[in-house]
Design a protein. Structure first.
Ligand SMILES: Nc1ncnc2c1ncn2[C@@H]1O[C@H](COP(=O)(O)OP(=O)(O)OP(=O)(O)O)[C@@H](O)[C@H]1O
Ligand SMILES: [Mg+2]
Length: 254
């Protein structure tokens, strides 16, 4: 019998370098993410976290190793198949969402979906409004990008990245530009997203933010040097989870 929870994403021995003389920015990284799992990635600046996210999501190529997503090898895909996989099954949230200034919030959220399926504008808009409700920005659809706060803009970016019902959401410091209260609210949104079965892989520098995930991978010098499973800590106060994370952060010099 197959196990009930399958791996959604598995990489083995990923190697990435940016020049022949340079050391490997990713140095034989292996990891897996289960369907619906919420994993954080932490590590010092320059340890390779963003590079890992770009590699796992097929946004950048690697020099060695394999990435299996949903049973398929990303490196063996033709450009079109890779683009389709990314468009249909993956979402991305960056520290600063790049929304177009000449469109309002709603139009930004639906833009890509409408472009690929113009006849379905009505259903797409309905979906966007449902997501905006989930993210707490339902009333802001008609606002200009310049008329909303950083936290609201990030919520809009998250809605946009969920329009294709991704199986996995990659987030690179999604709360890095936000104050701690707003960051906590964004984490509540991620909690909702994760609850309905979307896997999340999130880079963060913040122990409190990372404490909301199920598992943390710690990177240093292009390697995963430690793993912390948090479900064992879930019964405890947030404070004790954060203490444990900070202990490891000190250990590896974050
Ligand atoms: N396009 C590139 N060309 C050359 N070197 C690069 C490139 N992108 C990243 N690097 C190098 O790879 C290393 C890892 O970078 P990366 O952006 O993955 O780090 P990070 O862990 O995300 O850091 P931070 O926490 O500061 O965002 C760094 O030494 C960086 O200078
Ligand atoms: Mg980075």
């Amino acid at each position: 019998m197959a196990t009930t929870v399958q791996n959604l994403l598995t990489c083995e021995n990923l190697v990435k370098s940016f020049g022949q003389e340079e050391h490997n920015v990713l140095d034989r990284v292996s990891l897996s993410v289960k369907n619906g799992e919420f994993v954080s990635v932490m590590g010092p600046s320059g340890s390779g976290k963003s590079t890992l996210m770009y590699a796992l999501s097929g946004m950048d190529t690697v020099n060695g190793g394999t990435i299996l997503f949903d049973g398929k090898d990303l490196s063996k895909m033709k450009d079109k198949e890779l683009a389709d996989t990314r468009r249909n099954a993956m979402g991305f949230v960056f520290q600063q969402p790049s929304l177009l200034r000449n469109l309002n919030i709603l139009d930004n959220i639906i833009l890509i979906a409408v472009r690929s399926d113009p006849k379905n504008r009505k259903a797409i808009t309905k979906k966007a409004i449902d997501l905006m409700e989930m993210a707490g920005i339902a009333s802001l659809g008609q606002r200009e990008v310049s008329q909303v706060s950083g936290g609201q803009l990030q919520r809009a970016g998250i809605c946009r990245s969920l329009m294709n019902n991704p199986k996995i959401l990659f987030c690179d410091e999604p709360t890095g530009a936000l104050n701690s209260k707003t960051a906590g609210e964004i984490m509540d949104v991620f909690g909702e997203i994760n609850k309905v079965g979307t896997a999340i892989v999130m880079v963060t520098h913040d122990a409190k933010i990372a404490s909301r995930s199920e598992r943390i991978l710690f990177m240093s010098d292009g390697k995963i040097v430690k793993e912390l499973k948090l479900f064992g800590y879930y019964g405890r106060e947030e404070e004790s989870r954060v203490d444990k994370i900070m202990e490891i952060m000190r250990e590896i010099g974050i």
